[in-house]
Ligand binder design. Structure first.
Ligand code: GLN
Length: 543
């Protein structure tokens, strides 16, 4: 029997609902339960794939090729459970399905309405693919009271009735602000938010209260009284120094016990938090530190590189070092004298990205790393630009470039219009295909070269990694590049798409066409990130 936990947010956005959901999932796992986490997003985009990282942060890609909300990344990192397409829904996708059904005539004779058609579709999504797991955690995006969230709130209210007594609970996350002038924490916004929920028939079972100051018992009592929840179910959530200490903090505040109590389940045993305590110990007691330059395009908003940021931290956890990340705008390196900024760092990472702006700066950063033997990690666009740099400066291919930006005499990186999936099916695209959901998306296999650096790092010859790109290193240039010293150490199984490049006479220079950061976890750092940070440590000791 799958039990449902609905997680909503109130008062303001950005309180860390995703982190709360992920941490609760981890705590239930630590008690031996199986979990799955889902995100229900009220916005009208079909998926976040076409949104700018500045609007919505990173687009998180699943194995099955869905472009999803970045909260799904938190879920995977905290629970190790791979997310699927069926774990993220938006109003846009629901309306798209309903409207195409209506056009087909599926509702012939009927009026199509928010209740029941939209709410039924939301319920169907939440109930799908339960796979016998113990707990399904459903996070509702947005804030209680939002106009667009209303059908979702109504759907989860209905769902709790449909599921029957004891099968679901509601957890509501709010803010308890501190008024410095009055020297007081204020509970009124929480009271109002819960009143909003109750007016639509949802009574939270547990209140989680974000606060910058400890919440005194008197205020806890007040919220309990006015919000109609038991006093022990008012859980304070103070700011944490690292997101990886959040599961343990929530446990100390009694969150997991309250959840089990609300379901009438046994809760006397302690959860096994060993893996989280080890991670916290490694973060809090590093044996050194290194500085990594991330040369990118959306460096003003760290959420744009959420998984990357975390994977770098995991690389630090693996090596017991603190990693300082210097976010650098790649455009800066288009000025000749700026490159000196890279002299102070222990390693350089050029992440994925889209569009021409800043790409010459990324090429300059790759050149600097290659010539100065600084560890270099190129991911997706960062791999493509390192290949262009090698083509221009190692293989002497004049005017080498990517056809993503303009027509090139030598499109070393070009648009790919056909490729074969691991199951043998063929995906085709044309230059004017829709932009939404049409990239090479999701998990694809790669075959590694024997005795290459990457086969050593992975300890395997066959890997599967997640992709999100439209362009590829052009197979037609591989021979010339190989002659110049570039090793193509990972290829698609049919040998046609370059997946990994490396430079053998460099301490650590690797470019990958895929996004390894999406699969890294604090308790299972991705081998490429662990190895890259290790190379940075070695480099820092050399200079
Ligand atoms: N813009 C490049 C492409 O579409 C790289 C994409 C990426 O870095 N994710 O191929």
């Amino acid at each position: 029997m799958t039990r449902y936990i609905f997680i909503t947010g109130g008062v303001v956005s950005s309180l860390g609902k995703g982190l709360l959901s992920a941490s609760l999932g981890a705590l239930l796992q630590a008690r031996g339960y199986s979990v799955r986490l889902r995100k229900l997003d009220p916005y009208l985009n079909v998926d976040p794939g076409t949104m700018s990282p500045y609007q919505h942060g990173e687009v998180y890609v699943t194995d099955d090729g869905a472009e999803t909300d970045l909260d799904l990344g938190h879920y995977e990192r905290f629970t190790g459970v791979s997310s699927r397409q069926s774990d993220n829904i938006t109003s846009g996708r629901i309306y798209q399905q309903i409207i195409s059904k209506e056009r087909r005539g599926d509702y012939l004779g009927g009026t199509v309405q928010v209740i029941p058609h939209v709410t039924d579709a939301i319920k169907e999504f939440a109930l799908a693919e339960q796979d016998g797991i113990d707990f399904m955690l459903c996070e509702i995006g947005g804030t209680a009271g939002d106009i667009e969230a209303a059908p979702f709130m109504e759907a989860i209210r209905q769902l709790s009735i449909d599921l029957g007594r004891g099968r679901s609970i509601f957890v509501h996350l709010t803010l308890v602000p501190y008024l410095a002038a009055a020297g007081e924490l204020k509970t009124k916004p929480t009271q109002h938010s819960v009143r909003d929920l109750r007016s639509i028939g949802i009574q939270p079972d547990i209140l989680v209260c974000r606060s910058e100051h400890p919440i005194p018992d008197s205020e806890r009592r007040k919220m309990s009284l006015y919000c109609n929840v038991s006093e022990t179910a008012v859980i304070p959530a103070l700011d944490a120094s690292s997101i990886y200490s959040v599961p343990v903090s929530y446990h100390k505040e009694g969150l997991d016990v309250e959840v089990l109590k609300a379901f009438g389940l046994a809760h006397s045993q302690e959860p096994n938090l060993a893996r989280w305590l080890d991670i916290m110990d490694r973060i809090e007691n590093p044996e050194g530190d290194v500085t990594i330059a991330v040369v990118g395009k959306y460096t003003g908003l760290q959420d744009a590189y959420k998984s990357l940021n975390e994977a770098i931290i995991h690389g630090g956890i693996a090596n017991r070092v603190k990693v300082n990340i210097e976010w650098m705008e790649s455009e800066v390196f288009e000025q000749e004298d700026a490159i000196a900024k890279l002299e102070k760092v222990d390693a350089i990472l050029v992440p994925g990205g889209f569009g021409k702006r800043g790409t010459e700066g990324k090429i300059a950063a790759a050149k600097f790393a290659r010539e100065h033997k600084v560890p270099y990690f190129g991911i997706c666009l960062g791999m493509q630009m390192a290949t262009v740099e090698a083509a221009r400066n190692m293989a002497g291919i004049k005017n080498a470039g990517s056809s993503e930006f303009e027509a090139h005499q030598n499109p070393v990186v070009g648009l790919i219009t056909e490729w074969i999936r691991d199951d043998g099916s063929v995906e085709t695209r044309t230059a004017d295909t829709d932009l939404g959901g049409t990239m090479r998306l999701g998990a694809y296999d790669a075959v590694l070269k024997d005795k290459s650096k990457v086969s050593d790092i992975y300890g395997a010859m066959h890997i599967s990694e997640r992709h999100r790109h439209r362009y590829e290193v052009n197979i037609g240039y591989v021979e010339q590049l190989e002659k110049a010293g570039v090793v193509f150490s990972g290829m698609s199984p049919n040998g046609e798409l370059p997946e990994i490049i490396e430079l053998p006479d460099h301490p650590w220079f690797i470019g990958v066409q895929f996004h390894p950061e999406l699969k890294s976890k604090p308790f299972e750092p991705h081998p490429l990130f662990a190895s890259f940070i290790k190379a940075a440590v070695t480099h820092s000791r050399l200079v």
